[in-house]
Each structure stands twice: as structure tokens, then as C-alpha cells.
Design a protein around this ligand. Sequence first.
Ligand code: IMP
Ligand code: MG
Length: 324
Amino acid sequence: MASANVTLVRSIVEAWERGEFGSVEWADPEIDFVIADGPAAASWKGIAEMAGGWRDFLGSWEGFRVVPEAYRELDGGRVLLLLGNTGRGKTSGLDLGEIRTKSANLFEIRDGKVTRLVAYWDRDRALDELGVAGESDSASAATSRGTAPADSEIGEVLVEADALEARVRELGDQISRDYEGRDLLLVGILKGAVFFLSDLMRALTVPCEVDFMALASYGSSTDSSGVVRILKDLDAPIEGRDVVIVEDIVDSGLTLSYLLRTLEARQPASLEVCALLTKPERRKVELPIRYVGFEIENRFVIGYGLDHAQRFRNLPYVAVLNEG
Ligand code: IMP
Ligand code: MG
């Protein structure tokens, strides 16, 4: 169970995530608000000053966003929020470009009100200063999203939920442009691609249909057996249709290479692949992948459909699996 203080901080952050930086009912009237480092370092006292400071601060950004990763309960009524800040920074006429930080905010809470809030751009510095260990940051990220119990198997977050959302939208736009006036059929590969596919399909503006296949290439281990079996075939023929295979991840490429051969033999008008993730380093067979969400390093990942022994598909982000 989250403590009252963590629950309070979470509700503040949820308001921030909605862009409501003006809500202050959580603040003690005498609140100290400190931006500890970075080009906009500042310190404000009391709600009115804080609100003014916020206004100025937000005015220097385009699309400032708060992306929470983990909530850490410290002693003395303190909660440390590990977060990312994204947006386009413009400090005193200087365009800092797209920014994506690993930041931390410290909330000091008394009687259900925040008495002091220290915002650190530099998370490592915050962890140092506070004497908090930095490991397993994202082990609690899942808890912070309320999607899974804190689990030591959930490692570093590689792709945040908002990055997934943005990229899926881009892919949707691209596919919509490419398939204008054609006969698009998405073939989702069960089970991992279901999450990606349902978001992608909603980002398409062209008519499309969906069908599914289930293949087995992995047991519960994290390495490919190279053996692919069809567990469930398509419901309908694909002859003459414009088919896009939607995959969660291309690893060795063995699954996909088998699938491409199988579907090619059914004479679709065209056949392309859209994969949310690929691990180029692991590729054993070269494959044409027309649409790629993200290239990732060679690590076993979970979340947003990807499982380890059938678990973790429900995480709203993609994280590394901690093995051990
Ligand atoms: P491939 O045949 O080696 O390319 O493996 C493809 C399938 O293996 C994917 O569709 C996934 O189901 C699974 N897979 C490969 N890498 C990962 C991973 O990092 N996490 C979860 N599943 C993976
Ligand atoms: Mg799998």
C-alpha cells in the first residue's frame, strides 16, 4: 500500500501530467519551492510567489511535460519523485532545443501539505545529495503507474509510455500516407503485437482490416529456439491484398523470415513489416522491415505487449528484464 504522502505526491503529479501546473491546494501557504540546479535555478517562497515563478518558468518552455518514473518514500515525511521532463526549452531567449531530462523532485510534507519542494534537473546530483541509492529506479516505476506490483524483474525503462504513443502516431501517419487508396490488411502476431497493433490501427486514417496469427518460437526462455510453428492461422485468404505484418519485436529475425516466406506463398499484392522494436545486433537473417518503431540495444525487454514467461505485457512502457 502506498503511504498517504506518496498518494498525495502522485495526485500532484497526475495534475501536472494533465498540464495543470496552477493547482496548488496541496501546497502549504508558506511553501518553499526551489529549482536547485540548471539554467533556471530559482527559489520562491509562498504559494503566490510559487505560482508566479511557475508562470515564468512555463513561459520559457514549449510543451513542458512531466513524466513520472518512480516514487520513493524517504524518512521524515519526504517523497522523492524520479521523473523525466520533456519539451522544448527556451531560457532567456536561448533556444535549448528538445529536452529530455532525468530529473528528480523532492517533496517535504507535513500534515498533508507540501512545505518544501526541491526540483533537481540532475537526478544523479539529487540522489547524491540525498544519499539515496540510484539502482532499481524503475523497479518502482511500475508501482508508480499502478500497473504492477513492485517487481525486481522490471529493470531500466527503455521506451517511456509517451514516447511509444508519439512514435505509434508517426507510424500511423506514415502508413496512412503509403496505403491511401489501397486494400490494407494488418496481420497482428499474437500475442505480443496486440497492444501495439490496437494503438497503431487507431492511428490509421485509411480503411483497414485486421487478422491475426499465432506463432511459437520461444518457450519461457529468453533465447530463440529457431523453431517456428503456426498455432493459429489467418481467418481469410490474403491473395491480392496489401498486407502489413505487425510485430512486437524482431530479434534474430527467424520468426519473421519464416512468416514472410509463408505469407509470400499466398500471393498478396504486397507484403510489408511493421515492427515496434528491433534489435539489429541480434539479427541472424537479413529482412526488409519497412516500418520500425525503435531500434534497441541487445537486451531482453518486457512491457507494452512483450512478455517474459507470459508476464509483464501490461506495463505501459518498455523496460529491460532484470535476470538473476
Ligand atoms: P525472433 O524470431 O528471434 O526474431 O523472435 C521474435 C519473437 O521473439 C518476438 O515476436 C517476441 O515474441 C520474442 N522476443 C524476442 N526478443 C524479445 C524480447 O526482448 N522480449 C520479449 N520477447 C522477445
Ligand atoms: Mg513472446
